[in-house]
Design a protein around this ligand. Structure first.
Ligand SMILES: Nc1nc2c(ncn2[C@@H]2O[C@H](COP(=O)(O)OP(=O)(O)OP(=O)(O)O)[C@@H](O)[C@H]2O)c(=O)[nH]1
Length: 458
């Protein structure tokens, strides 16, 4: 599924790539037309080297050519070209050799700038930035989006540091990276980063749900608040550096604590809704929608739990199963809605005469089961008779008089729930066979299931 935010982010890749490419062309045009402000925006400040502009141009065009569903060979080629270029430059910086002179355009203008005391070269920060973006482009071309995002993210750190340096007036932050390089690099880098918007961590950040919203707020606050605090401190730091530095640390720590607290609040609220949704799901999955009684699945879970308790404590437990007599006739003559209403009413009537600890469930169709903890067989028979008489005396709208047959048994030591239910079922079958509207109890395990405790016709 694509979120609108992702579609919007993906649609920005090509414009950002193109903007970065055009911006680099403008820098190169500055060299061609002798307009220094295009490649050196601050008088006497750092300038964008033509090769840096070429690298950004190729990277921008690479991002512009990217397509999420087509082959991205051109994108990979653009990345490989810039990786080669930047590697040579890094080699130059490391070894102090010149390898790129033959490839450098506008060498006359560069010589003139050097003669005027303003030599221009590609700084290490620019080279590393371009290297990260170029590797990210290759990763995107190979559909390694998580890697691409990490590389683009690291690459964007370089222009961000430079721009922060320009904002704060700290020249060590930007070094040889011109503001034009930082701006062009930011456009290209953002384009490359967004091309992975449909995958990996960007997808999570752009999600329309609470996690994505929180992440977006935190990223914005997490960047701009410390940035502003730092800016204010940078303006005043000259007076008392140590004191200002301490204040900076305290403010940032307080801000981080606030962000963490904010996250905790949101996480807790997400967790609370998840827990309540889970509870609702469990309820829906274990409740019969017609009668609102626990269903067969819940009966089995609760029955197992009760049996374990009974085995441990030694208390008695009895089970009753009852079934409407000739219910099919009601459905056939009065219709299913009347049949449903009878089932609903029957459930309510049965519930009304049971104790709180008695467990009533719809076992299936027109069959209901009751578990009676702390009740021996005689008590179960008594309750069964009470229920039978109560139902026989109840007037069911649309169906008139309805009777039920009941089977019951007491739990025998080491019996399983299935065995207990099977014995009660046999008792119910006997109640049906011997004329219906009666309670039949069994006291022993099969096959010696011969002791009928109670057999009462209405
Ligand atoms: N209206 C309605 N009918 C149901 C529901 N579940 C099962 N039934 C019907 O219950 C009837 C059960 O029929 P039988 O098993 O023949 O039982 P009976 O007619 O009650 O006969 P005895 O149990 O032998 O007295 C069938 O017609 C089922 O369609 C339900 O949720 N609503």
């Amino acid at each position: 599924m694509r979120f609108p935010q992702i579609i919007r982010a993906l649609s920005l890749v090509r414009p950002l790539g193109l903007a970065g490419a055009l911006f680099s062309l403008l820098i190169l045009a500055g060299y061609a037309l002798g307009l220094e402000v295009f490649f050196r925006p601050m008088l006497g400040g750092p300038a964008t080297h033509p090769l840096s502009a070429v690298a950004l141009l190729v990277l921008g065009l690479g991002a512009f050519c990217w397509h999420p569903r087509q082959s991205n060979r051109v994108v990979v080629l653009a990345g490989v070209f810039v990786v080669t270029l930047v590697s040579l430059r890094l080699l130059e910086l490391a070894k102090g050799v010149t390898l790129l002179d033959w490839l450098t355009p506008f060498s006359r203008q560069l010589a003139e700038q050097a003669a005027a005391g303003h030599p221009i070269s590609t700084g290490i920060n620019t080279a590393l930035m371009c290297l990260c973006f170029a590797l990210a482009l290759i990763a995107i071309g190979c559909k390694r989006y998580a890697l691409a995002q990490q590389l683009a993210f690291v690459g964007l750190g370089f222009p961000m540091i430079s721009l922060t340096g320009y904002a704060y007036g700290i020249d060590k932050f930007y070094g040889q990276m011109a503001m034009t390089t930082a701006l062009g690099g930011s456009m290209v880098g953002a384009g490359i980063l967004l091309s992975g918007a449909h995958r990996s961590f960007l997808r999570s950040i752009l999600s329309p749900w609470i996690g994505g919203k929180v992440a977006r707020v935190q990223i914005l606050l997490g960047y701009f608040v410390p940035f502003l605090i730092g800016y204010c401190l940078a303006l005043t730091i000259a007076n008392n550096p140590l004191q200002q530095f301490g204040l900076f640390c305290v403010l940032i720590s307080a801000f981080i604590s606030m962000l963490v607290a904010f996250t905790a609040v949101i996480q807790e609220s997400i967790d609370r809704s998840r827990r309540s949704a889970e509870r609702r799901l469990v309820l829906v999955a274990t409740l019969d929608s017609l009668t609102n009684l626990p269903n067969r699945r819940r009966f089995h879970d609760h029955g197992q739990w009760l049996l374990e308790r009974v085995r441990r404590t030694g208390e008695s437990l009895s089970a009753l199963i009852f079934d409407i007599d000739y219910f099919k006739r009601i459905n056939d003559t009065q219709g299913h809605p009347v049949g449903d209403a009878v089932l609903e009413r029957l459930a309510a009537e049965a519930r009304s005469i049971l104790r709180r600890q008695d467990f009533l469930a719809r076992y299936g169709g027109e069959e209901f089961v009751i578990l009676l903890p702390g009740t021996q067989l005689a008590g179960a028979v008594q309750l069964g008779e009470k229920l039978r008489a109560h139902i026989a005396a109840t007037d069911f709208p649309g169906a008139g008089q309805v009777t039920i047959s009941l089977g019951c048994a007491e739990y025998l030591a080491d019996e399983s729930l299935q065995q207990l239910v099977a014995r009660v079922d046999v008792a119910l079958y006997q109640a049906k066979r011997s004329g219906r509207n009666r309670v039949v109890a069994v006291s022993e395990a099969p096959p010696a299931m011969n002791s009928v405790e109670s057999c009462q016709a209405a």
